[in-house]
Write a protein that binds this ligand. Structure first.
Ligand code: PHE
Length: 337
């Protein structure tokens, strides 16, 4: 029996080395492993052996079967690869066809606007800083002089993660930066922010750029100057701006800045709710209470801060009326930028 197996193995080895194609390989497989194949026959023969010889014979037949199976698998892969190669060089391959070219992506409009804003502030000497998207209550609220009972802490605005929050604005980066750098400083901090809100002009995640400048003698006039330079660069030199008194817990005095409506040039339309103006950013002089949290002496240093939403700028620049388009990843939309 063992002799016979050895003979079969030799036969198989000789045959498989000469198999030219997958079709012949299939035949070889059925000759050896099929229902009426060599292995089946051997197993049948084994049954007529004396009982004490059966285990050893079974072991050898199984080893043979295993070996044949593996060799056939290896040969299959080899032949498949070969047939792939030959089919692409066969005569039905038209070498005169133009190449397919790989599709190239484009920079997302939000990233483009973000880069544009960063470039403008970079030219004014501002450095880019970043902070974490998950913040403690201290950085997102407390150190920004937002007291415990302030409405901005209301559950409907803020996403809570246990004790922490998803930052609701980029202002906590002000605190991180001032904790780690002595004044004077001039930074901007672009990044994602999160608020529990969703409609045509709000998404639960959006982007802001924060700005902070601290120096010895900064005044509201400096803030106005910097904001005007920025807004004229981004929306065009003829754009009219206006500063309206406002309130933020971490700045005092505070203002909101409007630009003349880019859709109707101040005539009043649906986009500007017939006012002729569009609110574009919040800003103000750093509140001395904030300086105290980071151990800056408010008698010695003054500063201004501002924050604006990138999506809002992008929507106005490109006349987009639904903020959700930015996040649907529709290639037809994204390709236009
Ligand atoms: N953090 C404010 C907001 O999200 C914007 C702001 C930043 C206002 C800095 C003043 C100073 O609305």
């Amino acid at each position: 029996m063992i002799e016979k197996l050895k003979q079969h193995q030799d036969d198989f080895d000789a045959l498989i080395s000469k198999v030219p194609s997958l079709k012949e390989l299939k035949q070889l497989r059925s000759d050896f492993l099929g229902k009426k194949g060599c292995v089946s026959l051997m197993l049948n023969e084994m049954r007529s052996l004396p009982n004490d010889q059966k285990p050893l014979a079974g072991k050898h037949i199984n080893a043979f079967k295993q070996n044949v199976t593996t060799l056939i698998q290896e040969k299959t892969l080899l032949l498949e690869k070969k047939s792939d190669l030959t089919s692409s060089s066969s005569e039905d391959f038209d070498t005169t066809l133009p190449g397919r070219g790989s599709p190239s992506g484009s920079i997302h409009p939000i990233t483009q606007v973000m880069d544009e804003i960063i470039t403008i502030f970079f030219s004014l000497g501002f450095k880019v800083e970043e902070g974490p998207e998950i913040e403690s209550d201290y950085y997102n609220f407390e150190a920004l002089n937002i007291p415990k009972d302030h409405p901005a802490r209301d559950m409907q605005d803020t996403f809570y993660i246990g004790e922490d929050v998803l930052r609701t604005h980029t202002s906590p980066v002000q605190i991180h930066v001032m904790e780690n750098h002595p004044p004077p400083l001039r930074i901007i901090a672009p990044g994602k922010v999160f608020r529990c809100d969703s409609d045509v002009s709000h998404t639960p995640m959006f982007h802001q750029i924060e700005g902070l400048m601290v120096d010895k003698t900064l005044s509201f006039g400096d803030l106005k100057g910097v904001m005007n330079i920025f807004l004229h660069e981004i929306f065009g030199q003829q754009t009219k701006t206006r500063f309206r008194p406002s309130f933020f817990p971490f700045t005092c005095p505070s203002a909101e800045v409007d630009i003349e409506c880019v859709m109707c040039s101040g005539q009043g339309c649906r986009v500007c709710s017939k006012t002729g103006w569009l609110e574009i950013l919040g800003c103000g002089m750093v509140d001395p209470a904030v300086f105290k949290f980071v151990d800056y002496d408010p008698e010695e240093w003054s500063g201004f801060a501002f924050g604006l939403g990138i999506e809002r700028v992008a929507m106005l620049k490109y006349a987009i009326n639904d903020i959700r388009l930015f996040f649907e990843n529709d290639i037809r939309f994204l390709k236009q930028f």
